[in-house]
Structures are given as C-alpha cells and as structure tokens.
Design a binder for this molecule. Structure first.
Ligand SMILES: [Zn+2]
Length: 389
C-alpha cells in the first residue's frame, strides 16, 4: 500500500511539474529593486542573468522557526521571504541593507548554488554573506553589512576565493598618538568634579560612590543610557574609555559604553557592549539589531571590562581590556557630544576612570552651539537586542 502511495505521489509530481511553467517570472514588486541590483552586481563580475526569461519566483510567506527567508530548489527557483520580518526591518534606518542582505543570501543559494559557509574572518566578522544553518557556538548570524564590508561581502558572494579584506586585519594600524585628555572622571569622591552625576536615589535608579567607583543601580525593567556631554564633538577624532563592571542575572544582558550625536532630528547612539556569555557587540540604538556579535578571547571573566573607542579619520577602533578587537566606519549624521554608558534592566554597574581625549585642542570647538557643556543625563529606554535570522 505504501509503495502504491509512493507511485501515485511520483506520478502526481511528474504531472504537476509538466504543467508548471518552468520559466515563470513572478517577483513581488517589493523585491524587484533587489533582484535588479543582484543582476547588476552579477554582470559586473561576468555573470549575465535574465530572470524574466529563465524564471524566478520570490514571494511573501509566513515562515516558521524564526526563518527570514527560504530557498526552494525548484524549476524555477522559488524564494519565500517572511512577511513580518521584512516589514519589521524596513521600519529602521539601514533596513534596506538588511533586506538586500536577505534577498542576496537566498539568491546565493538558488542562483549561485552556494551552500552555507560558517567561517570567520580574523577579526571575528563572518567570512561570508552565506553564513547560516546550524548555529556555531550559539553565535548570532548578524553581519555588519555596510560600507566597505558590504563591498567585500558582495565580492565574496560571487567569488569564494576573495582575499581577506583590510578591515579584518587583526593588527591595529591607525594613529592613536597625540591625544590629550579634555574630560576625566575618577569617581573617587562624591564631589561633582570627581563623580559627574549627582548622587541620587529615586524610584528607577540609585547613583552613589562606592570604593572610589561610581555605582549605578537600576531598579527598572528598561535599559538606561547614562550620558555626559563634554566639549567634544563625536565627529572629530577622539578617544573615549571607561572601566565598567556589571552585575546582572540575565546572561544576555548587554552593558557597555555609548557615544553619539544628539543634534535634534539626528540623534544617534552607538554602543559597544558585552554580555555574560563573553560576547561583544557593536550597534546603534536606532537600528533594528546589533551589527555583529564578536567572540574575542580577552573578555574578562570577572565581569570588569575596560572599554575604549578611538575615532580616527571617520573610523571607530574598538579596544577591550587594552587589546584592539574591531573597527568600523563611522556612521553618525549629526554633530553631538554624547558619551556615556549602557546599563541593562535591573543591573548594577560600577564605573571607574571615564576619559575623553581629543587629538588637539583646535578640534574641540566643533561642538554644536546649542549643546551645553558637561551636562549629565539619565534616560530609560526599552531596547531590544534582536537577532537577524
Ligand atoms: Zn541560507
């Protein structure tokens, strides 16, 4: 009986495929621009596709198990894109790149016949846009798909043998000399010049000095961005560093430093953070998700980390516990002078030695006129560190 059933299925399949249009072209208008772009990028590299002639189906679906896209190896290739994910990422800055990343990944499978490739570059970035499938050490699939990295990932998509890109060089090579402190908090006493923020105990949080460190206790279910505004524009070359220890019951809670612009309409906060799984993240508060999850070996097991970011020639170089780990292109649109730290919901953190330095004093006056100097802010915000699937 089972055998008969199998035969019937087989006959049905043959019958179905016989009446299928094997060259059907049906791409939802939402996906068209990305298919056009894929065709153009392919042509630059000697691959000439004409999907309207050879067939391609890309359609919306409700995918299970947090899948964002799915490629079916049928004639023609049929790609399903999860409707809610597509809509969600489109609502954030950079969403068009996440969409491109998703379509190109699926077309990598279906059109370029590429399998998943889960290797890392020397700096911890995924080696390929084609990462996916079975998780590797629980590391998320987020790819920093922007700027010079986008150029690399596009090239790698069409050519697996693409050389290691410069951004992935694990050796620090920028110039970090000649920086002078313009702002420093030692947290040795409660005086304003030492502690910066006022000592306070309110319903949402408590700030105090404990053993010559600033103690910030969150009593909130939201994350805190705690900022100071020194006379340094984030668009100039600067060094920002801070010692930080975080105690949280949530192994996924991220604590770290934040910096960015606060110009009206252009607010943008970058974060550089760690969690208790020894993962390091870089991201921007405005974006759908963190850019990338890194697993450097020098995350301190004690929970006390020294974060440092050097902004040099529009690039951020990140250091953790005095070791260089990552760089990325600078993405702020507006001027501003927000520097501070991120406290996860319900966590307690201790800070020491907050330092902001600039390359030379001539630069420091590029501060927006509307910005007050050395003002201290605490604001609560629901932040979700989503993942990209
Ligand atoms: Zn895949």
């Amino acid at each position: 009986m089972k055998q008969l059933f199998k035969h019937i299925t087989l006959i049905l399949l043959i019958a179905l495929s016989a009446c299928n249009d094997r060259t059907e072209y049906r791409v939802d208008p939402e996906f068209e621009p990305y298919v056009t772009l894929f065709t153009a990028e392919a042509a630059l590299r000697g691959y000439h596709f004409n999907f309207e002639q050879t067939g391609l189906i890309i359609e919306f679906a409700d995918l299970k198990d947090n899948k964002a896209g799915l490629c079916h190896f049928e004639k023609p290739i049929r790609i399903e894109i999860d409707k809610s994910y597509w809509k969600a990422i489109g609502e954030y800055p950079g969403g068009n790149l996440l969409r491109e990343h998703l379509i190109f990944h699926e077309m990598g499978h279906g059109i370029l016949d590429r399998d998943h490739l889960n290797q890392l570059l020397p700096n911890g970035d995924w080696k390929s846009l084609m990462c996916g499938g079975e998780r590797v050490d629980g590391k998320s699939w987020n790819i920093n798909y922007a700027d010079e990295r986008r150029t690399y990932y596009l090239q790698e998509l069409f050519d697996k043998n693409t050389a290691m890109p410069d951004f992935a060089d694990p050796v620090f090579s920028a110039d970090s000399s000649g920086f002078e402190n313009v702002f420093f908090l030692s947290f040795d006493s409660e005086s304003k010049s030492d502690a910066g923020w006022s000592m306070t105990d309110v319903i949402s949080h408590k700030i105090s000095i404990e053993n010559k460190r600033l103690r910030f206790e969150s009593k909130s279910e939201a994350a805190f961005f705690v900022l100071v505004r020194p006379a340094v524009d984030v668009l100039t070359d600067f060094i920002f560093e801070l010692d930080m220890e975080c105690h949280s019951n949530d192994i996924n809670a991220q604590s770290g430093i934040v910096f960015g612009s606060n110009e009206a309409g252009n607010e943008s906060l970058e974060y550089f953070s760690v969690n208790k799984r020894n993962s390091v993240f870089t991201g921007n508060k405005n974006m759908y998700s963190f850019r990338v999850e890194l697993r450097p070996e020098n995350v301190s097991k004690s929970g006390r980390q020294k974060f440092k970011v050097l902004n040099n020639n529009s690039k951020n170089y990140m250091f953790l516990n005095d070791k260089y780990i990552y760089n990325l292109s600078y993405t702020h649109n507006g001027n501003g002078n927000s520097f501070g730290f991120l406290v996860p919901p319900g966590a307690t953190i201790w800070l020491d030695n907050l330092r902001v330095a600039i390359k030379n004093s001539g630069q420091s006056m590029r501060v927006s006129k509307s910005v007050e100097l050395n003002t201290f802010e605490v604001f609560e915000e629901k932040v979700f560190f989503r993942e990209i699937y």
